[in-house]
Design a protein around this ligand. Structure first.
Ligand SMILES: NC(=O)C1=CN([C@@H]2O[C@H](COP(=O)(O)OP(=O)(O)OC[C@H]3O[C@@H](n4cnc5c(N)ncnc54)[C@H](OP(=O)(O)O)[C@@H]3O)[C@@H](O)[C@H]2O)[C@@H](O)CC1
Ligand SMILES: Nc1ncnc2c1ncn2[C@@H]1O[C@H](COP(=O)(O)OP(=O)(O)O)[C@@H](O)[C@H]1O
Ligand SMILES: [K+]
Length: 512
């Protein structure tokens, strides 16, 4: 799903109005109807509904929702906040329609002391500012938003299109924003909904269709997208009947150190459960029995060192040796011992195909930034936010961090993701995708190690790096969702994610 900017959403509106008999006021009526239906489906008419409206089209939506709810027998009230002397044309039309039919339903607010008391059981709808917010709210409007944001604690708050005060495609850090339990958003995800800094603001996001023309959406390029199941169905290639283990690549996984062999085991299992043909693990001597016993399908090479790895570069020291492996995955539980860092530098001198770098491999790069330039182009880097900061530095807010992510992916020609609720994936072509599968049950040690194994496996099987990243992150999250459905977010572990990869692939095959 494409994520459009506020300007592109206005253009989609204008395009629909120009190419269909639908007028701008009709579009507002459709938006208001979609919200009204949603409210009626979820809340009974015994609850009073207080709808806070601004002076633009978001306020216009609020006025139309008030009328439609009153038509259905709800006790709805529109509270109009006069932040500007000029109402938009469609706001004015809806104001007149409401005043004509339900003159007592309107309350005007010109300054903060005019805000009416709200009964304890009321439902609150926030239609003050939508995607037209062009600057942070100031003066008494900032105070009003601040005051209204406290309704969250005692009432159910429903934001219309976007919580007021939130910028659709800029950072709203440190700005007053309404906090909502639900956001009813028209047609598109807004970039703001995917940023961790806004996690507490939108509540559950529901995308309501209002009939914008699909041609505009199809024709218009978007810098940001959310991965959908259909994208993954297009990428997935089922195994052919006459294939053999060589068809699916030989992966070399360099992982583990004393006390962190579990990370290597999880990565190795995930790699095999995603379909790699052959897997060799390079581990310190302390890890030999562990790998051989817990991952019998994998081969095992041991390092000279007992507790950390220091000579793994020797596995690919000659072109002939390197050609044995289709891909290298490195990092989970690896540790950052000086010998390990030295061997990583040597490895990067010898090995020039795309690889997967995670965890301590990234921490080593962060401590020696000159090594980043040696990482083979098209490699996959999988930092969580702290690792990202060690690699590329601090940023003031999430939008700047996203820009930095995208800039580094382009400049270094690497596929770099940034883990989170909506993992962001930046590609050398400048595009940025978000993944929506996954859940908070995955916020546990080991989940990331599983992802490294999955990505290494997909590269081993010959998926192109961008496809491998899009697909791997999606499948990882989906397996996590199946695990949570089966045994709860609390009880699930990284091993459940691995186990449920089977169900994910069975599901994928249905669409092959
Ligand atoms: N296709 C769709 O998705 C459809 C979208 N629709 C709806 O339209 C909404 C967008 O409407 P919109 O463009 O009129 O802007 P909106 O958000 O109401 O705010 C603009 C008003 O706020 C003001 N203002 C701005 N910043 C301010 C500030 N900091 N402090 C104070 N004032 C400030 C600004 O004043 P000005 O900047 O001109 O001074 C103007 O008065 C969208 O979110 C959705 O709800 C549906 O109706 C139909 C289909
Ligand atoms: N709240 C969440 N919602 C969705 N996915 C999550 C959530 N928390 C964590 N994850 C996913 O779990 C993984 C955790 O990775 P990471 O922090 O590297 O874990 P570890 O290194 O301990 O294995 C990431 O892929 C991340 O996207
Ligand atoms: K709003």
């Amino acid at each position: 799903m494409k994520i459009f900017t506020a300007q592109q959403i206005r253009d989609a509106d204008a395009y629909t109005i120009m190419h269909t008999p639908i007028s701008s006021i009709d579009l507002m009526e459709k938006a208001a109807m979609a919200c009204t239906n949603w409210i009626c489906k979820n809340y009974g008419e015994q609850l009073p509904v207080y709808i806070f409206c601004g002076m633009g089209n978001n306020g216009g939506d609020g006025l139309a929702i008030t009328r439609l709810l009153l038509n259905r027998g709800y006790q709805a009230k529109a509270i109009i906040l006069h932040h500007s002397p000029n109402a938009s044309a469609d706001h004015t039309t809806n104001y007149q329609a409401l005043r004509h039919r339900y003159p007592d339903s309107i309350h005007h607010v010109h300054e903060i002391k005019d805000l009416p008391p709200v009964p304890e059981n009321a439902l609150i709808a926030d239609a003050i500012f939508g995607t037209g917010l062009s600057r942070p709210a100031e003066g008494w409007m900032a105070d009003a938003i601040e005051q209204l944001s406290h309704y969250y604690d005692q009432h159910t708050v429903i934001a219309i299109d976007i919580p007021s005060g939130l910028m659709a495609d800029a950072s709203s850090a440190h700005m007053p924003v309404i906090k909502a339990h639900h956001t009813l958003s028209f047609e598109f995800y807004k970039l703001a909904f995917l940023l961790p800094e806004n996690a507490a603001l939108t509540g559950e996001v529901h995308i309501l269709s209002i009939g914008l023309l699909p041609d505009y959406i199809a024709q218009t390029p978007a810098r940001y997208q959310v991965t959908e199941a259909t994208h993954i169905h297009d990428i997935y290639r089922p195994r052919k009947p006459f294939s053999h283990k060589g068809t699916f690549g030989h992966a070399l996984l360099i992982a583990g150190s004393e006390g962190k062999m579990g990370a290597a085991v999880l990565s190795a299992k995930a790699c095999l459960h995603t379909g790699a043909g052959l897997l060799t693990c390079h581990v310190p001597r302390c890890g030999y029995d562990i790998i051989q016993i817990s991952v019998p399908s994998a081969m095992c090479l041991t390092d000279e060192q007992k507790d950390h790895s220091s000579v793994f570069h020797n596995n690919v020291a000659t072109p002939e040796a390197a050609s044995r492996y289709k891909v290298i995955g490195i990092g989970p539980g690896l540790g950052t011992a000086a010998g390990t860092a030295w061997a990583l530098e040597k490895l990067l001198e010898h090995y020039h195909s795309p690889m997967v770098l995670d965890a301590d491999a990234l921490n080593i790069l962060g401590a020696s930034p000159h090594l980043l330039r040696k990482v083979p182009q098209q490699s996959l880097l999988t930092p969580h936010p702290k690792e990202f900061e060690r690699l590329f530095g601090k940023t003031a807010n999430d939008i700047e961090r996203l820009e930095l992510l995208s800039e580094k992916a382009r400049a270094l020609q690497l596929n770099i993701l940034l883990k989170g609720r909506y993992t962001a994936m930046a590609f050398p072509d400048g595009s940025v995708w978000f993944n929506a599968t996954g859940n908070a049950g995955m916020a546990k040690g080991g989940s990331g190690d599983v992802l490294t194994g999955i990505l290494t496996s997909l590269l081993a099987q010959g998926y192109a790096p961008k496809e491998a990243m899009l697909m791997g992150v999606y499948l990882h999250g989906l397996a996590g969702d199946y695990a949570a459905a089966e045994c709860s977010q609390e009880a699930m572990t990284a091993e459940d994610i691995i186990r449920l990869l089977g169900k994910v692939f069975l599901e994928l095959r249905k669409y092959a």
